[in-house]
Write a protein of this length. Structure first.
Length: 369
């Protein structure tokens, strides 16, 4: 048994977290939604029992944190049962929600069966902006109401704010709003251009000046609010010097399961056409994590091309984002074009600057509409 564990450890450490996309259904239609352009139908979703089995397999594999996401996870009528199944598997459960579809009674039911944390997305600091970006009238009021209910129950709250060209100027107000709502953590995440965000690149791409100002603002706020509010920041990598260690490295820390049971190394991995992904309906999570070709495709460093192969940062950023390399270089094994060493870095910057260079207020292309 010990020998087997040693052999598996050479392949990869066990995953710490799992993102369970229990549905693609969502009342919002955010123009930066990272879900695929072709959404999975409700009729294809895993059943309550199938998800319960996945949660148990995840716990046995070593997963500690479960993030219930979507779409909007509250669109599932069995969301309380799913949380109960996760609690039974001894997983720390975080609900990633738009807040739509959760009333006080339902919130209490979820907390009673074991929900430990809630991550609430807010698309703007005022009703007009938030409802415009989310494509859902009345959404902002519901979010604020839910945050108040959460605060009254002393459940840890994270506010998630996706930032882009149209709202970067309001980041200081978003920080103030997160404090007002009693959040312990604020995630300021610059739009990642996958899924629907690609359709809205010209509407969403920040300018270099906005990115530099926001980066400095976040650094100052972190220092000023230390001990009061934790601020996570995902910068715009189109203007970066080095790429992000996407997912902490391919197949190293996290595992994603889509509504139909398809198991992915990252949220956008289906954009890489050369990879075939296995399904929990046919294969165990254990076998997928350790032995599937898709999870082993970009583990380690042997797959890397130059300049990644000889770079001193190759075990720090792991070559960056494979999906971004696919989208811009047309080759998932290429250096992430966000890196200054990539021969396509200038092309990436040009793409960003051209997209951001507009004085027009372009209309959003909303998800699924």
């Amino acid at each position: 048994m010990e020998r087997n564990r040693e052999q598996l450890a050479k392949i990869a450490p066990p995953p710490m977290a799992m993102l369970a996309e229990v549905t693609h259904r969502c009342p919002l239609a955010c123009p930066y939604c990272s879900n695929p352009l072709e959404l999975k139908a409700a009729s294809q979703e895993l059943t309550t029992e199938e998800w319960a089995s996945v949660f148990q397999q995840a716990a046995e594999l070593g997963v500690l944190h479960l993030h219930l996401s979507g779409g909007e996870p509250a669109s599932r009528r069995d969301i309380v049962e799913l949380i109960a199944a996760a609690e039974k598997a001894d997983l720390y459960t975080n609900l990633i929600t738009s807040g739509i579809g959760i009333n006080e009674k339902r919130l209490d039911a979820m907390i009673d069966v074991g929900l430990k944390h809630i991550q609430l997305s807010i698309q703007g600091v005022d009703e007009k902006t938030a409802d415009l970006v989310g494509g859902y009238k009345g959404g902002y009021k519901r979010k604020i109401q839910l945050a108040e209910w959460i605060g009254a129950r002393s459940v840890p709250l994270t506010v998630n704010a996706v930032c882009h060209r149209t709202n970067m100027a309001s980041i200081p107000d978003m920080i103030d709003l997160a404090i007002e709502l009693g959040a312990g953590r604020l995630e300021i995440a610059t739009v990642q251009f996958h899924g629907w965000a690609i359709e809205n690149r010209s509407q969403l791409m920040p300018t270099r000046e906005q990115v530099e100002a926001t980066t400095q603002l976040v650094a100052d706020a972190r220092e000023r609010l230390e001990g009061k509010l934790v601020i996570d920041y995902v910068p715009a990598d189109y203007y970066a010097t080095y790429p992000k260690a996407c997912m902490g490295g391919w197949g190293r820390i996290g595992i994603n399961v889509d509504p139909t049971g398809l198991v992915l190394p990252c949220h956008a991995a289906e954009s890489i056409p050369s990879l075939n992904f296995e399904n929990t309906r046919e294969t165990s999570l254990h076998d997928i994590w350790y032995h599937s070709p898709s999870f082993n495709a970009f583990r380690g460093t042997d797959w890397m091309q130059e300049p990644c192969r000889s770079c001193e940062r190759k075990t720090a950023d792991f070559g960056g984002c494979r999906c971004q390399a696919m989208a811009i270089a047309g080759d998932a094994t290429a250096t992430d074009p966000a890196c200054h060493k990539s021969p396509l870095k200038n092309r990436m910057i040009e793409l960003a600057e051209n997209a951001a260079d507009t004085s027009e207020q372009l209309e959003f292309v909303y998800r699924g509409r």
